[in-house]
Each structure stands twice: as C-alpha cells, then as structure tokens.
Design a protein around this ligand. Structure first.
Ligand code: FNR
Length: 358
C-alpha cells in the first residue's frame, strides 16, 4: 500500500504527496466581480508553503449566476483567469500542485456570505442579488425560489463549465475538479429529493446523471490529455430515498468511462433539516465504499491528525486525504504531519531553520 507522503501519478501529473487541501470558499472578492485577490494568494499560498501536495481553490463560479455569494471568486472571464495566474505560479513554485474547483451553486446561489452582518439567506435582487436556477422550481429552506432550467439553460451550463475549464488550464491549474456535491447545481440534478423534472433530465438515475455526464464529457474534451479531472460527490443526502453511496458509485463509474480520473468523496448539503452523525473521519467509509467499486477516491471530513490521515491511506481506504478546517488552524499541518510520522520532506528554504531535527 502507498503511504501518505508517497507521490501519486494521475494521467501525466505527479502530485508529490497524498495530503491535500480541500476547496474552501473565502467570500473575499472585493472590487471586481469574481476576481481573486491578495487574500486568495495568501490563503492558498500558505498551504503550498505548508507542504500540501495539492491545493484546490474555493468553488470558483463558472458564471456570475453560479456564485454562492457576490463575494465568490470566479473563472468566467479573462480578467479572473489572469488574476489566478499569479496564484497558480506561486503554488507551483512551492513544489505543490494548483487545482481549481469549478462550480455552479444553482438554487443555493445569490446568498449572503456566512459570517457577514448584511443578512442571511438570499440577497435581494435590489441589493445586488440575482434570480437563481435549479432543476425544479423549489427553494432550499430560507432561500429564494429558483427558476427551473430549460433546455437552452442546461446547454449554457455545459458551455460555461467547458469555457471555465479552458480558462483554468490557461491560468495554470493542473487539476480540475467539478463540484457535484453539497447541494449545488450538479448535485441538485443528481438528488431525487431536489430534482423533480419530468423531462430527460429527471426521473431515472440515467436522466438525473445526464447533466453531470455532459459536463464531464465537455470538460474532458478541452483538457489536455495529461491533466486529471476530479469530481467531488456528496455520497449521501443522509435521508432515506435520497441520493446515496450506491448511486454515487454507479455514476462515478459512468464519469470514469467519460474520462474523469478521481473522486473526492464528501456528503450532505442537498436538503435542509438533516442531522449528520459527525465523528472523526465520518466520511471515510463512503470514500472506501466508492473506491472498492474500482475508482480512485480521496477522503475528507474531520481528519485532523497525522496518524489518522496516514492510516486512511496505508489501510487502503482512500488514495489520498483532504483537509479543510485543520489546515485553517495550522496552514503548515502537512509539514508537521511529516515530522510526526518521521518522514523526511523538504521545507521552504525560508523556514528551514525551524525544521525539527531528529
Ligand atoms: C468548505 N467546504 C467546501 N467544500 C467544497 O466542495 N467547496 C467549497 O468551496 C467549500 N468551502 C468551504 C469553506 C470553508 C471555510 C470550510 C471550512 C469548508 C467543505 C470542505 O471542503 C470540507 O469538505 C469540509 O470542511 C470537511 O472537511 P474538514 O473541515 O473537516 O477537514
């Protein structure tokens, strides 16, 4: 079995270790819509300097209406692409791999940033919000009612993902991840709790998966053959008769047939009022289950310590581990984990004098 600090090669890309940064929205765009700022350079750059092998950006919107909040970063125009270049260059210089999560928030778009004092739920149109879209005209609790996407709207979503992938590659990203989790647009189509369409995009699993599969095909078509395509799934809605790990495994296999390479396994987010049984590593069994069906996965969720992360990879429960909140507490968690595990890794020259000696 590979170990946490062993490299992994996916297509032509070698990622130097298997301890990765999960995507994290920062709600920190200021002057220009969707353009990442110095905050994003600092936030993502610190993880690259901190020894993580892959650093995935926040959910970057593929279109203005795909943003979760007006402060989200995006990748729908050239100005945004150019601003990301500085960030990908920095991550690459540190020996890490820059990844981007491409996202459309669907009915969970146009909301206030979570910690803001401006308000909660949907931003009114007169205050800079926008009307949202979804598979069906049903609101997420506390949010505005979305419009159901028609065929033309669905085609536009596919085109926007494709164009965003082209710009991402031009911006220097080497991993492209599609956000099909947490109740955002692609997951809204997948989940029978949210998708109540009666056309070719609703009903059967094949139909609910059609939008995601079209996006995988469109993005794969424009990606260089050597670059990997990831998909983030919520493996369960945590609700009976909702989306679950069996449907996830089937659709992951369909994605793999169309050129997706790796599956980042999370859970939840499609509907409100759900109690999730949280405990350390609570989502790892889902990554292990999807992985056991023959695709490569990463695990995420309440993974906070070096031994725990190392065991997940060494036991073959997942190929890699993603970390979010623990990395906010300690951006150099990967360097610390290597020390704790007795693995020799390079530290940035600037920090060399702080490296523990054994
Ligand atoms: C997140 N998460 C998240 N997930 C995602 O797919 N796209 C995103 O943009 C975000 N944004 C985000 C912001 C912040 C501040 C946090 C803390 C989390 C979820 C994240 O990637 C991860 O799956 C969960 O946080 C669980 O992992 P941890 O935090 O227990 O390591």
């Amino acid at each position: 079995m590979p170990q946490l600090f062993d490299p992994i090669t996916i297509r032509d890309l070698t990622i130097p270790n298997r301890l990765w940064i999960a995507p994290m929205c920062q709600y920190s765009v200021t002057a220009r819509d969707g353009v990442p700022t110095d905050w994003h350079l600092m936030h993502l750059g610190q993880f690259a300097a901190g020894g993580f092998g892959l650093v995935i950006s926040e959910a970057a919107a593929i279109s203005p209406e795909g943003r979760i909040s007006p402060q989200d970063a995006g990748i729908w125009n050239d100005e945004q692409r150019d601003a990301w270049r500085r960030i990908t260059a920095f991550i690459t210089e540190q020996g890490s791999v820059p990844g981007i999560q491409l996202a459309h928030a669907g009915r969970k778009a146009s909301t206030f940033a979570p910690w803001g004092t401006d308000g909660q739920g949907s931003v009114p149109i007169e205050d800079g919000g926008w009307s949202t879209v979804a598979p069906s005209p049903e609101a997420f609790p506390g949010y505005a009612v979305p419009e159901a996407l028609d065929d033309e709207g669905i085609d536009r979503v596919v085109d926007d993902f494709r164009a965003a992938a082209v710009r991402s590659v031009d911006a220097g990203f080497q991993v492209i991840e599609l956000h099909a989790a947490h109740g955002y647009l692609l997951h809204q189509f997948l989940s029978p709790l949210v998708n109540h369409r009666e056309d070719g995009y609703g009903g059967s699993l094949e139909n609910r998966a059609k939008l995601l599969l079209r996006v995988v095909e469109a993005v794969r078509e424009v990606l260089p053959a050597g670059l990997p395509l990831f998909v983030r799934f919520s493996a369960t809605d945590w609700v009976d008769d909702g989306w679950d790990e069996h449907q996830t495994a089937t659709v992951a296999a369909w994605c793999a047939e169309r050129g997706a390479d790796f599956f980042d396994i999370s859970t939840g987010g499609a509907v409100g009022g759900v109690r999730i049984p949280l405990s350390p590593g609570y989502q790892v069994p889902f990554a292990a289950h999807i992985g056991s069906t023959g695709v490569d996965t990463s695990a995420v969720g309440l993974i906070t310590d070096a031994q725990q992360a190392a065991a997940i990879v060494a036991d073959g429960q997942a190929e890699a581990v993603m970390v979010a909140r623990e990395a906010l507490r300690d951006p150099h968690f990967a360097l610390r984990a290597a020390t704790e595990l007795g693995v020799e890794v390079a530290w940035p020259g600037q920090y060399e004098r702080a490296k523990p000696r054994t």
